[in-house]
Design a protein around this ligand. Structure first.
Ligand code: SF4
Ligand code: SF4
Ligand code: SF4
Length: 172
């Protein structure tokens, strides 16, 4: 990526979010001299963010492709000319992931916060650990009883998932 380094990822890495990460870097680095890079990358980042939040429509995928062409062919220097590459490349090789976000409103890697939910399964032993670690106190339950997450209050921080000693919390 960029410097010639290699980035190793697995199925828990969301390729749309990876594209967002690299595009965010380009937006920060743009010097602002030319409009396609200065404004185009910002608009593209907004569209990618909408995809990771499950708010995009299918037509956004065509808009992104068209905007990528414009940015790469009209920017003044290499930064703008290659700014869209992570997006174009991930769309080419992982289009199914983009489709899942846009059409099914799902993140196959279970990475994008707005598109996942946490649930407590029947294997819960009622140890109270998740309840103590939840920053918004949206887990209820008594000791040695199955706990429950209030989905309307959960902010998807993942603390409960990380601390459960018996892996009774799943995300989907
Ligand atoms: S393409 Fe180059 S010159 Fe144009 S705004 Fe981006 S960094 Fe600046
Ligand atoms: S994901 Fe975070 S906010 Fe949601 S229930 Fe678990 S600890 Fe609480
Ligand atoms: S941490 Fe796991 S076992 Fe303990 S109460 Fe929460 S879900 Fe149940």
């Amino acid at each position: 990526m960029g410097s010639g380094g290699m980035v190793v990822m697995d199925e828990t890495d969301c390729m749309v979010d990876i594209a967002r990460f690299f595009l965010e870097f380009t937006v920060d680095e743009s010097c602002g001299k030319c409009t396609p890079c200065r404004e185009g990358t910002k608009r593209m980042l907004e569209m990618i963010e909408r995809i990771t939040e499950g708010k995009a429509e299918y037509e956004d995928l065509d808009r992104i492709t068209s905007l990528a062409d414009t940015i790469s062919s009209t920017s003044l220097c290499g930064l703008g000319q290659t700014a869209s590459t992570p997006v174009v490349s991930t769309m080419h090789y992982f289009f199914d992931e983009y489709q899942a976000h846009v059409v099914d409103k799902k993140c196959p890697a279970l990475h994008c916060k707005e598109l996942i939910s946490f649930f407590i399964e029947s294997t819960c032993i009622g140890c109270l650990r998740c309840k103590r670690e939840c920053p918004v106190s949206c887990i209820s339950g008594e000791v040695k009883e199955r706990h429950v997450i209030d989905q309307t209050a959960c902010i998807k921080c993942g603390n409960c998932f990380d601390v459960c000693p018996v892996s009774a919390i799943t995300k989907s």
